[in-house]
Design a protein around this ligand. Structure first.
Ligand code: ZN
Length: 239
């Protein structure tokens, strides 16, 4: 059991540790929510990417269809012309144009076929991305709701914990409170037990003077606080 003079500090420390725990838990909530929101955004972005890809392919297909259409018109025109020419060289020249145009149409149709396959793939990708979001969105939204509820209950708990800290602080003498706050800013816990002459905070051996002081020898514990030579924490003796 700690010296009665340290009891108030130990209780304050206990309340402070609870408060700090709650603060740490609260701090983690926004990052957790952000992670879930990122997942939703990534799934939506996958849908958008697939949608854009699909649109681009469909535009390409339309352009090719236009190209094929005008090449076919050209071909029909050449054929008509060819049927009307009398000279052999003109006939042959048109024959060459016809061959070139037919080859061009064949090439365009090959490209169109490739695009049609790509459109099929893009449609599958789009449907898969949409299905994934649909399957996950309820879970994502539920998780965010739970996290927000957790944040709300932590806020309430923290308010209560802060109230308890204030109550216990009022019971500690101002000078000791100042020492406590100074140590608490760097090293929690502030008040630690000595175990086998070792500080419960930094686990290093304290000097014999500090150990005697912690035992309450040659020191008025209600007036001054024995502190670890190494880390500066307040130490107390436990039998
Ligand atoms: Zn120490």
């Amino acid at each position: 059991m700690a010296h009665p003079a340290l009891e108030a500090l130990l209780i304050l420390q206990d309340r402070d540790v609870k408060r700090l725990n709650l603060e740490a838990q609260m701090k983690a909530v926004p990052a957790d929510i952000a992670r879930v929101e990122q997942k939703i955004a990534a799934e939506k972005s996958a849908i958008e990417t697939a949608r854009t890809e699909l649109r681009e392919l469909e535009t390409k297909k339309k352009l090719l269809e236009t190209e094929i259409g005008s090449a076919e018109a050209k071909l029909a025109k050449y054929k008509t012309q060819q049927s009307m020419v009398k000279k052999n060289d003109e006939y042959q020249a048109l024959g060459h144009e016809i061959e070139t145009t037919v080859a061009q149409i064949g090439e365009f149709e090959g490209q169109e076929l490739e695009i049609m396959y790509a459109i099929d793939e893009a449609k599958k990708k789009f449907a898969a991305a949409e299905a994934e979001l649909k399957a996950n969105i309820a879970g994502h939204e539920g998780r965010i709701r739970t996290l927000r509820e957790r944040e709300a209950s932590l806020t309430a708990e923290l308010t209560e914990a802060q109230g308890q800290v204030a109550v216990e602080r009022a019971k500690v003498e101002p000078l000791k409170l100042r020492i406590y706050d100074r140590i608490a800013a760097r090293n929690m816990p502030v008040v630690v037990a000595l175990h086998g002459g070792k500080c419960g905070g930094c686990h290093l051996k304290v000097s014999s003077e500090v150990e005697s002081a912690a035992r309450g020898k040659g020191i008025d514990l209600s007036a001054s606080l024995p502190t670890c030579d190494q880390c500066g924490r307040v130490v107390y003796w436990t039998a």
